[in-house]
Design a protein around this ligand. Structure first.
Ligand SMILES: [Zn+2]
Length: 411
């Protein structure tokens, strides 16, 4: 049977709509991991791939693997995540899994036997939306998971992660076994298609891009301590912790612009948080990202200096608590070259870019050669029901991804 690439891309789009219909309400996608609607998405994936003749298996971290055996045992793995944030979009994560199903269909029971074995994987709980731990399934596989931390995490209703897993007959202590299970597979390459979640490609009127790396990240809390006082006290004689934090935050934005990097103050907590009291204490989060490890170090150092200067000007104390870090990911040249070619053949241009958001591919690239491709995002919106890519651009990106899989298959 000849492979009709245009029809295959259209089928992926209609299957994405089918999944959205099955797992969304009027507020958007509700495929939050470790909830019944996510289970429904996972069952849908298992049913669809089984119907194509794939062997389905689950690893110790609840990642789902759909396998089509090729002429060789060496394998190409294609994946992403079916889970979403609450009130999420129809494409984030789902695009990569459903595009993988499109590739699998080509080689399934109605198709030709592939040269290499193909796995399509649905990584469990990429978003961390319920328990706050991102890339759960893929970090179990990479070996980076902190099992101690994860089992005691609680959701907003106070349910422990370890207890929620009982519904799935899973134990966090077993999660690291997924690492061994992965290493037993002779994986040649990992490929992931995802939406951009930023407006750059739309601005450049491009449907798809090769992603050559994922930014590294440093996260810390910065606490400013001043003196609570009456809101009728003289302005020049205050030790206002909030103003110091606000001034520092503007400085962080300046660092982001200066170094072409990302600096985000996402969380602001003010004490005592009363209308008539000068804030005595203020804690902010700072998330800094860059593709360049040296720039990342500089960002952290200079943020410290910026915060200390702001604190001094407002007569308050400042302290720093680093909470999380992840090094930048640079995908290997060979796969990046194939990906750039695939994008160029479909769109006429060798577009490539860096991903600001983290993805499962960052975890998996710790073990095997990996690369990502982005599809354009309308207005860059994601993690909301407005998330979209027009059908024409979506199909172009899917066709480019099929080309990438072809190239990986021939390499
Ligand atoms: Zn995602």
């Amino acid at each position: 049977m000849d492979f009709d690439v245009n029809q295959a891309a259209k089928t992926v789009v209609s299957e994405l709509r089918e999944l959205a219909q099955l797992t969304s309400n009027e507020d958007g996608a509700q495929r939050v991991a470790w909830t019944p609607i996510w289970d429904r998405a996972v069952e849908w994936f298992k049913g669809k791939t089984k119907a194509e003749g794939a062997d389905i298996s689950m690893d110790a971290a609840h990642n789902v693997w759909a396998k089509i055996t090729g002429e060789r045992e060496e394998a190409i793995v294609i994946g992403s995540h079916l889970d979403s944030v609450p009130n999420g979009g129809w494409l984030d994560g789902a695009l990569g899994v459903v595009a993988g199903m499109g590739i699998l269909r080509r080689y399934g029971k109605h198709g030709v036997k592939p040269k290499y074995t193909i796995y399509v994987v649905n990584w469990a709980d990429e978003e961390g939306a319920r328990f706050g731990y991102s890339c759960t399934g893929s970090s179990a596989v990479s070996g980076a998971m902190d099992v101690q931390t994860i089992e005691n995490l609680r959701d907003n209703d106070g349910v422990r992660f370890a207890d929620a897993l009982k519904n799935y007959c899973l134990q966090t202590a077993d999660f690291p076994k997924a690492h061994e299970e992965f290493l037993a597979k002779p994986v040649k390459a990992y490929l992931e298609l995802h939406i951009e979640q930023a407006p750059l490609l739309e601005k450049q009127r491009k449907a798809a891009a090769c992603v050559y790396g994922i930014t590294g990240c440093r996260r810390q809390y910065i606490t400013f301590k001043g003196q609570p006082a009456h809101s009728g006290s003289p302005i020049t004689m205050r030790q206002d912790a909030f103003l110091a934090a606000a001034q520092a935050s503007l400085g962080f934005r300046g660092l982001g612009l200066k170094y072409d990097a990302y600096c985000t103050v996402g969380k602001v907590e003010v004490w005592p948080n009363v209308v008539t009291i000068v804030p005595g204490s203020c804690r902010i989060s700072l998330d800094q990202r860059s593709i360049d490890p040296a720039v990342l170090n500089t960002l952290v150092e200079q943020a410290r200096a910026v915060a200390q200067k702001a604190a001094a000007e407002h007569g308050v104390q400042v302290s720093f608590e680093s909470v999380w870090k992840n090094p930048p990911t640079i995908f290997p040249d060979k796969l990046v070259a194939l990906c750039r070619e695939a994008v160029a053949e479909e769109t006429g241009e060798q577009t490539s870019m860096v991903s600001g958001p983290l993805h499962d591919a960052a975890e998996i690239s710790k073990l095997v050669p990996a690369v990502m491709m982005f599809a354009m995002s309308s207005q860059g919106l994601s993690h909301c029901k407005e998330e979209n890519t027009p059908d024409r651009e979506l199909e172009t990106a899917i066709r480019a991804f099929f080309r990438l899989a072809d190239k990986a298959m021939q390499a």
